[in-house]
Design a protein around this ligand. Structure first.
Ligand code: AFP
Length: 350
């Protein structure tokens, strides 16, 4: 009797878990069954579909013709375009054509926003995304990600500068990432906490795996490309010397922002991509890398700053603007800032 009751309970738990799919969760998070809630859940479902297709392509990367290596083109950032970058960008465009959801897409791979005129009278949203973050990892079968930011469609600026997109991170109505790692995960927020879903390949569905993620206030990880040490200002170099002298810190840096942030979201710590003498604004792009991750990490109780300004407050001057980034557990972000800002209380640096 006890055994069968326990069995029923276990079955109930696993059934209720398996039925909490991503789109159902978004619907319940956006407060009911209004047309706006349906639109947002459909939109998130299309992003998830794009993610599943990208994940499928990545999982066969060594076996298909157009997954590894570069196309021979140079993108707007001056970087060599990888075949997967181009493929994933096309997947996003196809996922939103004729969806009626998104009027405009902007990505790392496109110089100007991509308009979908047939969606514009009804599409309420603009989607900004980095189709493959960390694409340098693909050829060696390491983790990569996709980052996305959702904004309400405002205005109809079709100029190259897309002036109506040049607004702060507070304009985001949702953001998230997909991590293609040992499993494929979808992590998102629409301003009501941060929630993680794991792709169940047998169902083809993202199933809720962790709800209301809270970033630890401190973690042992510091994540930064120390190869650039001599290009940073003295404050940043001092921070690195400090963690080298302390016990309890571990350097972890994968070359894919999404993978590094995912670790920090769950286990705490700090990710840093500072400005350098050559590139004072660093490498990372504000609108589709730093701002969406700042939105998520802030929702989880963390912090994100350029070093002098909250990332969420930064108003970009152009679509592909870059920004330095210090992001993660609040105590660890404050510690980094303490090496360059006197107004933050200094820890014991003995
Ligand atoms: P790619 O997508 O061009 O590989 O760049 C990845 C990235 O934007 C971010 O995901 C990494 O954290 C960062 O660049 C790595 O840059 P470095 O190689 O300069 O450390």
């Amino acid at each position: 009797m006890t055994n069968s009751t326990e069995l029923n309970k276990a079955q109930e738990t696993s059934l209720s878990r398996d039925f909490t799919t991503l789109t159902r969760h978004v619907l319940s998070q956006s407060g009911g069954f209004s047309p706006a809630a349906y639109d947002l859940s459909l939109l998130m479902g299309r992003i998830a579909l794009a993610g599943k297709m990208i994940g499928r392509h990545l999982s066969q990367a060594g076996l298909t013709a157009d997954a590894l290596g570069v196309t021979g083109e140079i993108n707007i950032q001056g970087e060599a375009v990888k075949k997967m970058d181009q493929y994933a960008n096309r997947i996003f465009i196809r996922a939103f054509e004729q969806s009626g959801l998104v009027c405009r897409l902007a990505s790392e791979e496109m110089e100007k926003p991509y308009y979908i005129p047939e969606n514009c009278p009804i599409g309420r949203y603009t989607l900004l995304f980095d189709p493959i973050d960390g694409s340098g990892n693909i050829d060696t079968n390491l983790a990569v990600g996709t980052i996305f930011s959702i904004r309400q469609q405002e205005g109809n600026d079709e100029t190259e500068e897309a002036l109506d997109l040049l607004q702060s991170g507070h304009k985001q109505v949702g953001a998230g990432y997909i991590l293609y790692g040992s499993s494929t995960m979808f992590v998102y927020s629409i301003g009501k906490g941060v929630h993680a879903f794991t792709l169940d390949p047998s169902l083809g569905e993202f199933i809720l795996s962790t709800t209301n993620i809270q970033i630890p206030s401190h973690g042992s990880t510091y994540s930064i490309n120390e190869g650039n040490f001599w290009q940073w200002d003295e404050g940043m170099r001092e921070y690195i010397r400090y963690v080298h002298k302390q016990s309890g810190y571990s350097a972890r840096y994968s070359g894919a922002l999404v993978a590094d942030i995912h670790r920090i979201l769950f286990q705490g710590g700090v990710f840093i991509y500072p400005g350098s003498q050559e590139n004072p604004d660093g490498k990372l792009r504000l609108l589709y890398e730093s701002a969406p991750l700042a939105y998520l990490v802030t929702q989880a109780g963390g912090k994100a700053t350029t070093g002098s300004q909250d990332i969420m407050d930064v108003v970009p001057k152009k679509l592909h603007a870059r920004t330095p980034l210090i992001i993660g557990s609040p105590e660890d972000v404050d510690l980094v800032l303490s090496f360059s800002q006197t107004e933050v209380e200094l820890p014991n640096k003995g």
